[in-house]
Ligand binder design. Structure first.
Ligand SMILES: Cc1ncc(COP(=O)(O)O)c(C=O)c1O
Length: 444
């Protein structure tokens, strides 16, 4: 192996990102550690990916066991894990039943899951009904088709001409959508339940229900992109479930493998039937290693009742964020939140200062920082993060540029995975908390 200092090797990477200076080398639970051993509270989870935190033993065990058994065979052959995972996803998307009987295509990322959804909609609609209508500000990926579906023109510019067949309407605007749906060439509407990358923009209650109704009236498919919002993040398995609807196509990725790359495109059976053998594929899609990670992830998510944790910790985080001087408002649902900063406070300055103080968050918009901690985050960890943000914001407001107080490490309250053991999370953040949650709810 090359022994050059790592800093001298960075330029071998294409300059597609602007990474922070910090280099993480290890993670455990809600914590990340850099090369110097400094500890960081991770309130971003690799952008809503590591919902079970870092180095979760159940995921690590599943990966090790699968790596020793079978990594990959290609889709020329069946494997034992992909159909099991498809069944689990169908069950979750169906709200606990497989009555809808959806079918799943496995990919390796969110963009690929959406690419599959777009191709499926085109195969379903035929040559005269191929347009995908998506929303302004949306983010659906970086492949050419998903980039065009992404409603951000500045991201399109360097890559013109983009594939045709994409139109955009304002988000959270049913009238604008209805006008667009009069075009007879529209095959599908592609929409996020919450616009994550746009700054955690939550539409009005009833919006998705309205989109569903319009799609039904116009004979158009509804594709809900749950890549950032899915798998418990907003407090239900999928964010569309808050609205009591079932889309025709659902795309999932990010949290599905808790850090192992995997994406999925689920579709109702009558829609999925438009894909015939040879229409679409992926060498790695549904391979045993990624499927094993996803199956283990879903099992832990169910055992740890992550949906209820997201509701409970989300409410705590939202409440505490709102009380921080310098925070004007808090957007989002569950554990996908954005703190909107008072005018004149730059989100990048706050995110950079927070990182220095050991808190990982991101400047999702110029006026807002995004917080998406692991769904297993504890009450104490939420307190710690809010203490750090309070100090960061007060130091920025008093503009001396440095955070005065040493941060409370909170380490006494924290148990390592080995101390916790799988399924042994402390009361406040473990399954044992479920009884408490239920009794609180029923006493309301
Ligand atoms: C809503 C949404 N869709 C699609 C994607 C693209 O996923 P990926 O980066 O895995 O291709 C993202 C990524 O942030 C996303 O948030």
């Amino acid at each position: 192996m090359n022994s050059k200092p790592i800093e001298q090797l960075d330029h071998f990477l294409m300059a597609t990102y602007r990474p922070a200076e910090v280099r993480f080398v290890r993670g455990e639970g809600t914590y990340l550690f850099d090369e110097t051993g400094k500890r960081y509270l991770d309130f971003l989870s690799g952008i809503a990916v590591c919902s079970l935190g870092h180095a979760h033993p159940a995921i690590a065990d599943a990966l090790c066991e699968q790596a020793r058994t079978l990594l990959h065979v290609s889709n020329l052959y069946r494997n034992e894990l992909a159909p099991r995972l498809a069944y689990e996803l169908d069950l979750l998307i169906g709200g606990g039943t497989t009555e809808v009987g959806g079918r799943v295509f496995f990919a390796n990322s969110g963009a690929e899951a959406n690419e599959a959804a777009i191709k499926l909609a085109r195969a379903w609609g035929g040559p005269s009904k191929y347009v995908v209508v998506s929303t302004v500000g949306s983010f659906h990926g970086r492949t050419l088709a998903t980039l065009h579906a992404t409603g951000q023109v500045e991201k399109h510019r360097p890559f013109q001409p983009l594939p045709e067949g994409f139109r955009h309407v304002a988000y959270d605007d049913l009238e604008a959508l209805e006008i667009r749906l009069h075009d007879s060439d529209v095959a599908a509407v592609l929409v996020e339940a919450v616009q994550g990358e746009a700054g955690v923009i939550q539409p009005s209650a009833g919006y998705l229900r309205g989109v569903r109704k319009l799609c039904d009236e116009h004979g158009v498919l509804l594709i809900v992109d749950e890549i950032q919002t899915g798998l418990g993040r907003t407090g239900s398995w999928f964010a569309f479930q808050h609205e009591g609807i079932v889309p025709d196509i659902v795309t999932v990725a990010k949290a599905l493998g808790n850090g192992v790359p995997i994406g999925a495109c689920w579709a109702k059976p009558e829609v999925a039937a438009a894909f015939q053998p040879g229409y679409h594929g992926s060498t790695f899609g549904g391979q045993p290693l990624a499927a094993a990670a996803a199956l283990a992830t879903l099992k832990v998510m169910r055992d740890e009742v992550v949906t209820e944790r997201a509701v409970r910790r989300g409410e705590q985080l939202k409440r505490q964020l709102k009380d921080i001087p310098g925070v004007k408002d808090v957007r989002g649902k569950g554990l996908l939140l954005a703190a909107v900063l008072e005018e004149g406070i730059s989100s990048t300055t706050v995110a950079d200062a927070a990182l220095k103080e050991g808190l990982v968050i991101n400047a999702v918009a110029s006026e807002a920082i995004r917080l998406a901690p692991p769904l297993l985050v504890s009450e104490d960890e939420v307190d710690q993060a809010c203490r750090i943000l309070t100090k960061v914001l007060s130091s920025i407001s008093s503009s001396d540029g440095s955070v005065a107080e040493e941060l409370d490490s909170g380490s006494e309250q924290r148990l390592s995975w080995s101390e916790r053991g799988p399924g042994q999370l402390p009361l406040e953040s473990g399954t044992a908390g479920r009884e408490e949650i239920i009794s609180e709810e029923t006493s309301d």
